[in-house]
Write a protein that binds this ligand. Sequence first.
Ligand code: ATP
Ligand code: MG
Length: 466
Amino acid sequence: MKSFRIRIVLGFTLLTALLSALVAAWVYQSSAELLRDDTDRLLRDRAYVLSKSVTPMAMRLQPWMEAFLETDKTGLRVQVVDPEGAVLTQSANLTEALPLSQQARDAATTNMSSFTETLRLKDGTMMRVTSVPVSTYRDSKSAVIGFAQVALPESVRHARLDSLMARLLGVVMASAVVAWLLANVLSKAWLRSVDAAAESAHRIGLGGTLRERLFVPKDEDEVARLARAFNELLDKLESAHGTQQRFLADASHELRTPLTVLRGEIEVALRRERPAEEYREVLESSREEIERLARLTENLLSLARSDAGEGLVTSESVDLAELCGRVCDSTSAAALEKRIHLVVDAPEPVFVNGDACALERVCLNLVENAIRYSPAGESVTLRAVTEDDEAVLSVSDTGPGIGPEHLPHLFERFYRVDKARSREHGGAGLGLAIVEALVKAHGGSVAVSSIVGRGTTFTVRLPLRA
Ligand SMILES: Nc1ncnc2c1ncn2[C@@H]1O[C@H](COP(=O)(O)OP(=O)(O)OP(=O)(O)O)[C@@H](O)[C@H]1O
Ligand SMILES: [Mg+2]
């Protein structure tokens, strides 16, 4: 059973039918008991009247008695018998004598009371019979001189119960039908918003545009919550999709520029015969462009890997102090060339858990930036210390600083403060994005503080080795 609506309708209908059937069963049971009590009371009353109307002298039924007892209207059968059960008189509607049971006789002899029972006549008819003793005073003692019996065929009661049963069944069926109709109407109304939501979700899927949103119903119900959650998901998807599109566009742009430069230089070189020296110059310049391309593709690859969650391959114990020394060694040549003073301030080992290559990459990117964007004569300091149960690695320079309006965007992919100048330096604006991705993959954070004209400090915080 697939449809939620069908399940609601069926469940509601079955429940209503079950409840009304239970109520009907209870009504039937109590009515049957009431009817039996009523019949017994009627039989007893009539039998008493009969027992008082016959006299020892005239143990027979007066014609007015039959009219008084309404034997024709109520279907009551009446009869008077002697103590042995021989019929003395009986009503016209009684075709067969009512038997006098032993229990009725015993009840009369012990306490002179009436006795009601169900008896089967010879022709198979079931009768409810009340027998009341007819007594007289003889020698100052009361003696039973006969029995007044009043009976009603059980079929009369059964017929009434059957008609009640038919009516109750009708009520049960009618309530089930009403419940089914009601459940149909209500469930259609309740699920209209779900249908609408499913329809727009389907349209969004087909249209391929992530701009559309689901309608959120005003009531604060489950459907509204679902629609809101779905819309939030769409917001995230749209923003991720936008970022990806921008990334792709920036990446192709960055790749195209060095390729265009390469092609231009080669075309110019090939236009005519040139001396070997000129070819060498062209080749050298081409190699620079190729190196830039290689660096860019490498950076793109590592970003793509960290996006896919494959950033870290190993988790080993890494000493940040030692790492600073290594980075200082590998960048000293570039620093020397730009006459930048490199200082390492890492007096004690600072151990963290992580990938040594990745962490070296983080430090290297920061130091490279510091050297690249600081003018000659400035200094760059690498620090590795333990602070508040955290490992802190910082790279500060005394360079030109970065304007506060750029700081929030610095870690975005392809973001460069001075696009023209950075391009000259060969940067694509991916270095800091890679730093942030790698630091996050290590469970840490990276922050920047800068004062224009004074310098910049990048601070990486990582959890200490456990
Ligand atoms: N120490 C710094 N001093 C001044 N500006 C900086 C410094 N570090 C980064 N920047 C600015 O931030 C921008 C982004 O740096 P990022 O390292 O992400 O890219 P890039 O160095 O331009 O290129 P890539 O690192 O991909 O070769 C740089 O273009 C530069 O303008
Ligand atoms: Mg950089």
